[in-house]
Design a protein around this ligand. Sequence first.
Ligand code: ADP
Length: 486
Amino acid sequence: MFVLQAAPEVVPFAKTGGLADVAGTLPKYLKKNGVEGAVIMPLYKKVKETTAGLKSTGVTISVPVGEHTLTGILWEATLPGTDIPAYFIQRDEFFHRDGLYVTGDKDYWDNAQRFIFYSRGVLEAAEALGLKVDVFHCHDWQSSLIAVYLKTLYAGRNHFRGSKSLLTIHNLAYQGVFWHWDMKLTGFDWSLFHWKRLEFWGKLNFLKGGIVYADALTTVSPRYAREIQTEEFGHGLHGVIRERASELTGIINGVDYAVWSPEVDPLIPSKFSAGKPAGKAKCKAALQKRCRLPASEAPLIGIISRLADQKGFDLFAKVAPELLTKDVQIVVLGTGEERYHRLFNDLATKHPKKVSVHLTFDNTLAHEIEAGSDMFLMPSRFEPCGLNQLYSLKYGTIPVVRATGGLADSIVDATPEALEAGTATGFSFTKYEPTELWTCLQRALAAWADRKKWAGLVKTAMEQDFSWERSAAEYAELYRKLSGHR
Ligand code: ADP
């Protein structure tokens, strides 16, 4: 069986979010499950400049986009440390840019055209390269139209006989919505511009097309799979998702423990494990020093996040003044919206001995915070999967989270029953309200004061297994079901 990951970003070539981690890691673990594969993405400027072993395949493709037929050149490399092919579609007019989808905080004006070219280009490339694809695994709106092409303009092509499509929704908040005249660029018949197909409030919605036409759908946690069928989390697409509910599954993302484990992490000052936890105190001391916070026994709360509305910092803003009357320290690493930059800068100015703020993207510091913090705060409004709470578990950094999406699926609240049963791994609250977050934080601080209880929590957290093996086996099973291969 051969599965082509059609992803607009793939680690380590280009990344803006968790989707890149999935696309770059999953193929390696699929191989262990007997599934052959490759990845295919656009040749961005950064990929061209930084990818070792990148070479031209000598194959070009012709891709109809509107009234024109555009040429693309196919390049190849391999996923590092493997022989899994990575293909890249070059068309500098579209992809030789600094950003992947945005410039500053504005979407590129021609994103519809760019990703119509890419999506249709993936099918042309598969044929030109002679890849007999059992399942096209599409990721998010950027490759959603592949599912539509397979069922329409490419349905009659011999090369694609038996090919199926799977669409993974990594974040329903991003749908690829464009003005209706972009329909002309797709080559689809106008009959598809229908509210049961690609039309969405008078506009063209790429993700909706994928949801309607893909043979199967997944999202990145079982809870999020249920949530997106509701008005609260559906971003206007809950109706169409509900219609496809029987083809939708939730598969939680795995963690690459070769990178994110305190037993092997080269980026932290002292290694540790559930059995040998002593190094964690050294990591905390080093983090306090680096962040110019006093060496203190106070619980250290870490935050690493995109500073976006999704992540719940409006809620945090309301409880922060009260939280900072307590003996706590907070380290924040993140970039995003200006108002959250202001919020955290203000807190740091008012409480220089308690709050350290880093408004930048810094992978090393992210590892140091995971290792050196006692708690990790993630009060998300919605969270398709979330990775940081999974890393936190491994580093014995107790997550304090809102029970939504992947956070609900991965963190067991420290209720008296769960503590008694030895299953508790963190603290969670349900309603998106400041008082709920505050009560939850108070429970965490009370537990911290009981060192024996806390040590038990840390041990259970560190023993959790969210490795890729488990998730890859679920994807492999789904591909087999779809393609009829055993
Ligand atoms: P999302 O994909 O919604 O941003 P996730 O928790 O799924 O949230 O993944 C975020 C990833 O990005 C994690 O690997 C996290 O460590 C990393 N990250 C986010 N912000 C920063 C930052 N400012 N510096 C370093 N790493 C960051």
